[in-house]
Design a protein around this ligand. Structure first.
Ligand SMILES: [Zn+2]
Length: 261
């Protein structure tokens, strides 16, 4: 999804912005977490930046969607990671030429063995910490031109969010600091190691959101959101479905839509 397709600028702060994969705000009922997270591509200032990488199941889709933009994995110059969970980081090995960026506090927590660690792919996190191409992000500083890093703890201790400061609006990549519209509106969170911290982080996101008219929030597992007259509006069409092979041949397919309209 390009922001321009839903009536908003395709470029902001000198970047072309493509949401390569929509996040989905839900869990499976009987088979654990889905982990369908938002992956965004930012192209500008001489860089090709992938903001989070999604989970294992996204590998083919990532290559296909980059290819549709005329890009190969080797063209990605930077992988920017919000936090250490498996559904955000495990595809960084697909981008061998990219510099890798994450918060030090979060990665150290992920490999600490602390009992609070959850949803981490242990070996990927350990290898990430050893990567010579890894850079730790500084809170309050620009990770890239016009992209500011902010601490957004709760979901994980060192979770970061990114504010793309545009000409007439900002774009807040909240990632799992606000996984969904439901979390933002209700100020409550599912899956956090510190509910009070998560709530304070959600309140901070609201402050940032209201600070400039037209600012868009990109949650970690939902469609982008904008405020219109104080009401939260979802941008774009949700694309989420499952095909089941429930008959006696692969031709017999059952399509389950995961969106309501
Ligand atoms: Zn997470």
């Amino acid at each position: 999804m390009r922001l321009g397709e839903v009536g908003w600028p395709t470029t902001l702060g000198g970047y072309e912005i493509d949401i390569l994969v929509q996040g989905y705000p839900g869990k499976s009922v009987h088979n654990g977490g889905l982990g369908w997270s938002t992956v965004t591509l930012l192209r500008g200032h001489g860089r090709v930046i992938l903001l989070d990488t999604g989970g294992f199941g996204l590998r083919a889709a990532l290559k296909q969607r980059l290819g549709a933009l005329g890009l190969a994995c080797d063209d990605v110059t930077d992988v920017l990671l919000s936090h250490s969970h498996w559904d955000h980081i495990v595809n960084y090995p697909l981008f061998p030429r990219a510099r890798l960026h994450i918060g030090q506090q979060d990665l150290e927590w992920a490999i600490s063995g602390d009992e609070s660690v959850y949803a981490v792919a242990e070996f990927y996190a350990q290898q990430l910490a050893r990567e010579p191409r890894l850079t730790y992000l500084e809170i309050g500083k620009e990770a890239f031109p016009s992209i500011r890093t902010e601490h957004a703890p709760g979901h994980t201790p060192g979770h970061l969010l990114f504010v793309l400061v545009g000409e007439d609006r900002d774009l807040i990549f909240a990632q799992d600091a606000a996984k969904s519209r439901a979390e933002l509106v209700s100020l409550t969170t599912d899956l956090t190691i510190d509910h009070a911290q998560s709530r304070a982080t959600l309140e901070n996101i609201w402050t940032l959101w209201k600070a400039r008219d037209g600012t868009i929030v990109v949650p970690g597992h939902d469609l982008p959101l904008i405020l219109e007259g104080g009401a939260v509006k979802t941008l774009g069409e949700r694309q989420a479905a499952i095909v089941g092979f429930l008959g006696d041949s692969l031709e017999e397919q059952t399509h389950f839509s995961l969106s309501v309209r």
